[in-house]
Design a protein around this ligand. Sequence first.
Ligand code: F0G
Length: 415
Amino acid sequence: MSKLFLQRCITPDCRAEYKLDERLYVCSRCGGLLDIEGAEDIGIDAASLRELWRERRASVDERDRSGVWRFREFLPFDEDTKLVSLGEGNTPLYDAPRSADYCRLPQLKLKHQGCNPTGSFKDTGMTAAVTQARKLGARLVVCASTGNTAASLAAYAARAGIDCAIIVPSGQVSNAKLAQALDYGAKVQEIEGNFDSCMNKIRELSEDESIYLVNSINPFRIEGQKTVAFELAEQLEWRVPDHLVMPGGNLGNSSAFGKGFRELLKSGLIDRQPKITVVQAEGAAPFARFYSHHEHGFVNEEHPQTLASAIKIGAPVSWQKAWRVVSETGGSVITVSEQEIADAKAIIGRDGIGCEPASATTVAGIRKLVSDGTIKENETVVAVLTGHLLKDTDYVMKYHSGTLITPDGSLVIRN
Ligand code: F0G
C-alpha cells in the first residue's frame, strides 16, 4: 500500500503541494523550503509502533538493522523501495560524568552521531536522499560541503553505483574528510571562497535534470535525519529530555530533530517536545544574531571564521526551518568562543568519548546555559555530538602541543 506523503512549501501564505517524485529542492512557486508531510496520519497507534520497532531490533532484515529504516512507517518511501543503506543510525547515548561536572550538572547524556558508518550524523540523511536519487534515476549526485556531507555522500553514492561530485572550500576541509570522499570514489573539486560559495555553485549545477543535489535543502535528507529523534526517544524509554542541545551550521540537523519530535508528539509517542537549543561558534553565528535581533531580518555572515571547520557557514540554507523549531520548542540560540570549544572538547575526551570540534560547542554551550540559569540543575539534558574525533586530528595535536591558533590570531590555552 502506498503511503500518502507529499512535498509542501513551508511559506505560510504559499503552502504549494508537490508529488514525491517531483525533483525539487525549493518551491517552484515562491522559492520557499519544502517539507515532506504525511507522517502524521499513518494510522497505527503509539503502543503498537513501539512494540513493532522494539521487535525489529532483534531482526536480521537489512531495513530493521538500520537505525533509520527501522522507523520506516514515518518515511516517504513504499515498502518495496530498494534501499541504499550502510546500517546507519543505532548510535550510542552515553552518560558523561566529567562533562556533566564541567557543566555543573548532576547528569549529562551525549548522543554520539559520530558513531555512524562514515563518522558523522550525515549518514542518517544520506541513506534517504541517495535512495531517492536512485528512485529518480539520477546520473550524478552532488553536494557542497565542509567535509562530512562529502564523505557521507561519497560512500552512499558508491553503494548505489551512482557517480558523485563534491565541491569544497579550498584549504578549509580536514584531510581525513577529504580522504574519505576520495577513497569512496567521488570527484572532488576545491574552489576559492567558503562553504557558502560552494553552495551557490552546486545550486547552479543542479538545475540540470540528471543531477541530484543532496545538501540538507533536500527534504529527503531531513526525513532520514529526523529518525534520530525517534531513536533517542526510544533510548530514553519515551521520556524526552528537558533540553536538547546541538551545533548549528547549515541548520539541517536542528530542523530534522525538530521535525522528528513534532511528529512523535502528534502521533502520541511522546507527551512533550524537548527545548531545542542551537550552539554556534562566535565567528560564524548568523543564526544566533538573528535569534537576538530578529527585527532586522536574517543577515548572513559574509566572512564566517572558526576552527570548528564543519560549522564555518555564513548563509545557512535551512534557517527558516530551524527558527520554527527553536521558537516552537522554547529553545534558544547561543554562541561559544574558540577557547570554550577547545576546553569542552578536551573534557568530552576525558569521558572517553571522542568528537570533532563542532560537536564540542554543545558541552561548551550547556555550561553557559547552566551558569546563566537557562538550564536548571534538576533538568535532563542531552547534547548531540555530530562528528567523530578522527575527523580532525590536526586540531587535537595542535591543542595538545599548545600551538592551536584561533582565526583572530590568539593562542588557545591548553587547560
Ligand atoms: N557538526 C558537524 C560535525 C558537521 O559536519 C556539521 C555540518 C554540523 C555540525 C552542522 O550541522 O549544517 O545541519 O547545522 N556539516 C556540513 C557538511 C555543512 O558539509 O559536512 P547543520
